[in-house]
Design a binder for this molecule. Structure first.
Ligand SMILES: C[C@H](O)[C@@H](O)CC(=O)C(=O)O
Ligand SMILES: [Mg+2]
Length: 444
């Protein structure tokens, strides 16, 4: 039995100055400071049980998400965990559809990122209470319980509750074998760390050569700002990784639809398997046009890192506008909404290849993709999870990568907890790191 009330919710603006070294740079986001609105919920349970959650941001604007988290806190403080998880669908809807706050969403933008941070903390709390890593909590739940966490509003034309139940019931077959397989070999990953757009060629070469030695076989390359530059960088990387390894391209929304088609045709000679975010993340029909035009080149469209809710994903699937679906643990409304998207992807037979990286996204999304393989898709065909090698040292339970695969976390929770030292040091603007940077900039 789950006892204990949530007594408080704290949120902190934590920023890492990654832009100083161009980590995370792409054709649209040229100077990201990987950041998080970091939430801690406390309970009155005597053992000091706490839940930790976050959502990922790029620096400026984190203060807006922090405000939105504070605006949502009234829905959480005073409730017991038992009350929440016994009717999780209802709680989820309270948060994502607050009758006043929804005007500045609904289910999108800063308010949706804030809902994700809060809900991620609640899921962490639940998993810790059950003394299981989150993926295992999900795997052990029965189909009815899982379905009771999902808000089916707006998606029943694509996936009904009955269909979701059937998928989950079928997923129980062979679950134990797949769990054992994951514990032994892990979930296959690809790396984005070698080819950020702002890295000079020498750095690309060094990072590729190191990654190859570590056993990486799948590489994502940032493109989209300058075609000549893309040709040079892709040639360099294809040369380094050889013809057997996989290459993916990511344009981060830089192009118009026709421009995307022309550009991808030019880069097709490097044999990428997908082009990610070729155009506006909201342009579902544009993605469908691009998908159709580049299908003869054996290149698919991947998208999702800025797809803010299940309704968008539903339409992408219905319009056949993506061939690789990229869930995000912090963009969608936490585990609840990710569950609905994983189930829709299964129904439409589209592989899920999660977006990760940022700060904490690898830590979180590994739980979701493990659950997807063990209990939903049951397949590794055309599937892999993104990995980026930054900022893991700030987490209490950092990801473990073994031979280019995510090894299932064993610690209870959602791997969301940051070290207290890092939170203090990188808190914006009062943390030591930012105070020093601000001093330096005023001295120049
Ligand atoms: C701004 C982020 O680093 C973005 O480039 C990440 C991304 O597109 C990806 O990991 O994929
Ligand atoms: Mg991307």
């Amino acid at each position: 039995m789950i006892t204990g009330k949530i007594t408080s919710l704290h949120v902190t603006d934590v920023r890492f100055p990654t832009s100083l070294e161009q980590h995370g740079s792409d054709a649209m986001h040229t100077d990201p400071d990987y950041s998080a609105a970091y939430v801690v919920i406390e309970t009155d349970v005597t053992d000091g049980l706490k839940g930790h959650g976050l959502t990922f941001t790029l620096g400026k604007g984190t203060e807006i998400v922090v405000c939105a988290v504070k605006a949502l806190s009234g829905h959480v403080v005073g409730k017991s965990l038992e009350e929440i998880v016994n009717d999780f669908r209802h709680f989820y809807r309270q948060l994502t559809s607050d009758s006043q706050l929804r005007w500045i969403g609904p289910e999108k933008g800063a308010v949706q990122l804030a809902a994700a941070a809060v809900l991620n903390a609640v899921w962490d709390l639940w998993a810790k209470k059950e003394k299981k890593p989150l993926w295992k909590l999900l795997v052990d739940m029965n189909p009815q319980q899982l379905v009771s966490c999902i808000d089916f509003r707006y998606i029943t034309d694509a996936l009904t509750e009955e269909e979701a139940l059937e998928i989950l019931q079928n997923g129980k077959q062979g679950q134990t074998v797949r769990e054992v397989q994951m514990l032994k070999s892990g979930y296959p990953a690809y790396t984005t760390s070698c080819a950020w757009l702002g890295y000079p060629d020498e750095q690309l070469k060094k990072l590729c050569s190191d990654a190859l030695k570590e056993g990486w076989t799948r590489f994502k390359v940032k493109v989209g700002a300058d075609l000549k530059d893309d040709n040079r960088r892709c040639e360099l990387i294809r040369g380094m990784i050889g013809s057997d390894n996989l290459m993916m391209l990511d344009a981060n929304q830089r192009w118009d639809v026709n421009e995307a088609i022309t550009w991808v045709k030019e880069l097709a000679k490097f044999k990428p398997i997908w082009i990610e975010e070729p155009t506006s993340p909201d342009d579902i029909l544009g993605h469908a046009t691009i998908s159709k035009a580049i299908a003869p080149l054996n290149i698919g469209v991947a998208t999702g890192e800025q797809c803010h809710n299940r309704v968008m994903f539903k339409q992408f699937l219905q319009a056949r506008a993506l061939q690789f679906l990229q869930i995000d643990s912090c963009r969608l409304g936490s585990v609840n909404e990710n569950l609905s998207v994983l189930l829709m992807a299964k129904k439409f037979n589209i592989p899920v290849c999660p977006h990760a990286g940022g700060v904490g996204l690898c830590e979180l999304v590994q739980h979701l993709i493990l659950f997807d393989y063990i209990s939903v898709s049951g397949s590794l065909d055309n599937r892999m999870c993104e990995y980026v090698d930054h900022l893991h040292e700030h987490f209490k339970y950092p990801v473990v990568i073994n031979d280019a695969a995510y090894m299932p976390p064993k610690d209870p929770g959602y791997s969301t907890e940051m070290t207290e030292e890092s939170v203090l040091k990188y808190q914006f603007p009062s943390g030591e790191v930012w105070q020093n940077l601000l001093k330096e900039s005023t001295n120049v």
